[in-house]
Design a protein. Structure first.
Length: 163
C-alpha cells in the first residue's frame, strides 16, 4: 500500500501544485515511485478544474519539473485515505485541522516548512499570486528546501513499516 501525501494551499493553482510537482520529482529521484503517491488540493474551490497559474507552470518548467495539474478542492472524506496532509501556511493548517473528522486525522496535517530546519519560526510559504515572478521563485526555493526534509521523514516512515 502506498504512502499518500497531499499538499494544500488556498486555490490549488500556485503553491500546492508547485509542492506536488517538486515532491513528486524527489520521490522519483529516490526510487520510491510505487511506494509514495503525491497530489494536491485547495481549501477553497475557486479554481476547480483550472490548470496551475501560468507563472507556476513557467517556474516549474524552467527548473525541470512536471507541470500537469488540475485544481480541486480538498474534501474531509479524503483524510481516511491520506497519510500526510501538508499545509502551505498556518491558515491552511487551521482550516484543515478544523475540517478533519477525527483527532487522528487532524494529526496528519503538518506545515511544509516544518521539514526545513533552516526555516526557523517562519513556517508559512507566502502566497505569490498577487505579486511578480520573484514571489514564485521564492516559493520554489522554500518548497525545494522543505522537500528534502519531508522526503527523509517519509522514507523513515516507510523503512519503519518494512522493519
Amino acid at each position: 500500500m502506498a504512502y499518500r501525501v497531499c499538499f494544500v494551499c488556498t486555490g490549488n493553482i500556485c503553491r500546492s501544485p508547485m509542492a506536488e510537482s517538486v515532491f513528486r520529482a524527489r520521490v522519483a529521484e529516490a526510487g520510491l515511485d510505487g511506494l509514495v503517491e503525491v497530489d494536491s488540493a485547495g481549501t477553497d474551490g475557486w479554481h476547480e478544474g483550472d490548470g496551475a497559474d501560468p507563472r507556476t507552470v513557467s517556474i516549474l518548467r524552467e527548473s525541470g519539473y512536471g507541470t500537469e495539474h488540475r485544481a480541486r478542492r480538498f474534501e474531509a472524506s479524503w483524510f481516511s485515505r491520506l497519510d500526510l496532509v501538508i499545509a502551505l501556511d498556518s491558515g491552511h493548517l487551521r482550516a484543515l485541522r478544523r475540517l478533519a473528522p477525527t483527532p487522528e486525522d487532524a494529526d496528519k496535517v503538518r506545515l511544509l516548512r516544518s521539514y526545513d530546519p533552516a526555516a526557523g519560526d517562519d513556517l508559512d510559504v507566502p502566497d505569490p499570486y498577487y505579486g511578480g515572478m520573484d514571489g514564485f521563485e521564492e516559493c520554489l526555493e522554500m518548497v525545494e528546501a522543505a522537500s528534502e526534509g519531508l522526503l527523509a521523514a517519509v522514507r523513515a516512515h516507510l523503512e519503519g513499516q518494512a522493519a
